[in-house]
Design a protein around this ligand. Structure first.
Ligand code: SF4
Length: 409
């Protein structure tokens, strides 16, 4: 593949260039799923809020269902026009293109309550596109560990330790079991989501425990509870850390999940130990890959995934230029695919964001080269993304499903 074209090329363009503020974007923010990052007006930019920042939507969709994360950028040539009543469009300075878009709605279930009056928005259930994410124990124990003064958290991670921020979910450091009340709120939230919108994938995630066996026990409890609240048998993916073989066998024997995704995050032992010191210490690089291989032996090729954080290796401390980084990542993609493990590359968003324009340029070159090269690798090995796991309607920072879709058209 020489380069991106069509819908994947458009997605990359909008992801990297962002969208500048407009009245239509402000209107959309009032009924859309809110962005984690507020829009920050650049110096001199007209700021109708007078506060320097504004809420903007989180996700936009195009007519063919492509899902794209919205990044605010006052320097962007892209802007939104239209209204909720007449529909929104994305336009670009200097072109006559008017691209119809919509935004992921602020679903009504988010304002709902459980049977015991608990806010469903805090029940550990969320959606993007047609994927439901279950995350009832987000606190990660790696944040609590500092052997030799080095934090064990993954360097890019925005999660946190189990602490007062996870108290509403009943998650307490050192306790493996998920409280029954938390699962009851989760069940109510799942039912509300499924009644409000079409869900085609369920993804179980959570913070890590330093003992993978204990982490596996927690996910077993969660997966059993989810199975009992999934009357339509929507495909479920286990998104824990890499687990020991006997636990994987248990998930498989009980038919609790249809796919797994254990995030290696980065290829090469050197980068893994630097980017993911906790995973490296408590599971190990080879141990992680071995667990993924065990999963392939149980679920088969095409059902085993590993999310990778694409572009973190361009941070200066890793001392690698973007061409060498892309080559290394592609070498890893080829190796993993040869084992039946399918990596999924999620675009890394560097701290400092658009202020680091040199980084953005290198990141975009890296991401495009990786996406094209990786698409060829998967095509040669006949490894498409299974649409029970993920599709172009829910992958908002990844390109694999978009590339699969356009090549199948
Ligand atoms: S294991 Fe997961 S939750 Fe924990 S620090 Fe790494 S990425 Fe974050």
């Amino acid at each position: 593949m020489d380069g991106l074209s069509g819908s994947p090329a458009f997605k990359v363009e909008v992801m990297f260039e962002g969208i500048r503020y407009s009245g239509a974007l402000a209107e959309a923010a009032r009924h859309s799923l809110p962005n984690f990052y507020p829009y920050r007006f650049r110096p001199g930019e007209h700021d109708p809020t007078g506060t320097g920042k504004a809420e903007i939507p989180y996700l936009m969709t195009t007519g063919d269902g492509t899902l794209i994360r919205v990044m605010g950028n006052g320097d962007s040539a892209w802007f939104v026009q239209g209204s909720r009543a007449e529909g929104y469009s994305l336009c670009r300075d200097g072109t006559a293109d008017v691209i119809p878009i919509d935004f992921e709605p602020r679903h009504e279930w988010l304002a709902g309550k459980s049977s015991d009056n608990f806010p469903l928005a805090q029940a550990g259930v969320s959606t993007h596109g047609d994927m439901m994410i279950i995350n009832v124990a987000p606190g990660c124990e790696y944040f609590l560990k500092k052997p030799d003064g080095q934090s064990m958290r993954c360097t890019f991670c925005a999660y946190g330790a189990p602490d007062q921020r996870t108290a509403h979910l009943g998650q307490v450091a050192g306790k493996v079991e998920i409280p029954e009340l938390t699962l009851s709120h989760m069940r109510d939230a799942m039912a509300a989501v499924m009644a409000a919108t079409e869900i085609r994938h369920i993804y179980l995630v959570g913070g890590s425990l330093t003992d993978p066996s204990r982490e596996g026990e927690r996910f077993l409890q969660l997966a059993r509870a989810v199975r009992d609240s999934n009357p339509a048998s929507i495909p479920v993916t286990l998104g824990s850390g890499a687990l020991p073989a006997q636990l994987l066998k248990q998930f498989h024997d009980e038919r609790l999940v249809e796919a797994v995704c254990f995030n290696l995050e980065i290829w090469s032992e050197r980068l893994f130990s630097q980017v993911c010191p906790g995973k490296n210490r408590y599971v190990g690089y080879q141990g992680w890959i071995q667990s993924l291989e065990t999963a392939v032996s149980l679920w088969g090729a095409g059902r085993v995934y590993s999310a990778m954080v694409a572009g973190i290796e361009l941070e200066p401390e890793y001392d690698i230029d973007w061409q060498a980084a892309a080559d290394l990542a592609l070498q890893g993609a080829d190796d993993l695919c040869s084992r039946g493990i399918i990596p999924i590359y999620s675009l890394y968003w560097p701290a400092g964001g658009k202020e680091r324009s040199d980084y953005q340029l290198r990141l975009r070159s890296f991401f495009e080269r990786l996406a094209c090269g990786y698409s060829e690798i998967r095509r040669a090995k006949n490894l498409a993304i299974w649409d029970g796991f993920m599709c172009h309607r829910c992958a908002y920072m990844q390109l694999e499903c978009d590339l699969d879709r356009v090549s199948a058209l």
